[in-house]
Design a protein around this ligand. Structure first.
Ligand SMILES: *Cc1c(COP(=O)(O)O)cnc(C)c1O
Length: 227
C-alpha cells in the first residue's frame, strides 16, 4: 500500500472514534511527508530536534508538528517558535524552559504539552511516574506558568506481543490520566489526551481509550537507520 492509501486507511479506521493520528515521520524524507500531506494529513510527529527543524523549514506551515522524543532543555529554543505539541515532557525543569522560551518568542498560543508517563518495564525509557506528574502539577512553579498548556499524558508501552501486558500498561496510563484529570483539571477541557498506541499495538490502545495514536512504520514503511 502507498503512503496515501495508508493515510486514507487510518482516516477511515479512526473516523468513528474520538482518536486522532500522529503520523510519525522520523527517518523518512520530506517527499514521504509530502505524500501524506497531499492525502490531507496535517499532524506529524518527529523524535529529534535537528531533524524536525530541517523538515519544518522545507514543508508547508499548516502542518502541526508534535515532538515525541526526549527533549533536552538546551534544545527547546530551536522549536519553541513553531511547535504545536511537545508530547515528551518528563520534568519540571524542562517545562520551565518551555514556558520561558514560549514567552520569549511572544507566541500568541501557548505551547501544548503532554506529560510523559513511564508505563513500560524497560528502565531506560523516559517518563515520570504518575506520582511525579502529580507533584509537578502541585508545584508553585508550574502554577505560575502562563505560556504552556497541559493537554494530557503520553506513554510508550513495552515492545512485546503479549496482549495482556500491553493492555495492562495502557490501563495504567489511562488510570493516571483519570487521576490527574480529577485532581487538577476537573473543569478544564484542555486536559483530554491519552497518547498511546504505535504501529504494532494501536488497535489495543484504541480499545483501551487512546485519543491519539502515533504510527510510523505502519504508514511510511520500515525505518532504515543505516543512512
Ligand atoms: C517511533 C515512535 C513511534 C512510532 O513507531 P512505529 O512502531 O513505527 O509506529 C511512536 N511513538 C514514539 C515515541 C516513537 O519514538
Amino acid at each position: 500500500m502507498s503512503i496515501k492509501d495508508n493515510i486514507l486507511y487510518f482516516d477511515e479506521q479512526l473516523r468513528p472514534t474520538p482518536c486522532r493520528l500522529v503520523a510519525v515521520s522520523k527517518t523518512h524524507p520530506v517527499t514521504a511527508i509530502k505524500e501524506a500531506y497531499d492525502a490531507g494529513h496535517r499532524l506529524f510527529g518527529e523524535n529529534k530536534v535537528q531533524e524536525l527543524i530541517d523538515k519544518y523549514a522545507l514543508l508547508p506551515h499548516d502542518i502541526a508538528w508534535h515532538l515525541i522524543g526526549h527533549l533536552q532543555t538546551n534544545k527547546v529554543k530551536y522549536i519553541a517558535e513553531f511547535i504545536d505539541m511537545i508530547q515528551s515532557v518528563d520534568s519540571l525543569k524542562l517545562l520551565k524552559e518551555i514556558n520561558k522560551r514560549a514567552e520569549m518568542f511572544g507566541r500568541t498560543l501557548p505551547i501544548n504539552c503532554m506529560l510523559q508517563i513511564a508505563i513500560a518495564d524497560e528502565e531506560t525509557k523516559y517518563g515520570m511516574s504518575c506520582d511525579e506528574a502529580e507533584a509537578l502539577l502541585q508545584s508553585e512553579e508550574y502554577r505560575g506558568m502562563k505560556y504552556i498548556r497541559i493537554t494530557g499524558v503520553m506513554g510508550i508501552a513495552t515492545n512485546t506481543e503479549d496482549e495482556q501486558k500491553l493492555r495492562g500498561e495502557f490501563r495504567t496510563l489511562r488510570a493516571c490520566f483519570t487521576r490527574l484529570k480529577e485532581t487538577f483539571f476537573f473543569a478544564n477541557g484542555d486536559f483530554k489526551e491519552i497518547s498511546m498506541g504505535m504501529s504494532a499495538d494501536w488497535e489495543l490502545a484504541l480499545e483501551e481509550g487512546s485519543t491519539m495514536i502515533r504510527v510510523g512504520s505502519g504508514i511510511f514503511g520500515a525505518r532504515d537507520y543505516s543512512k
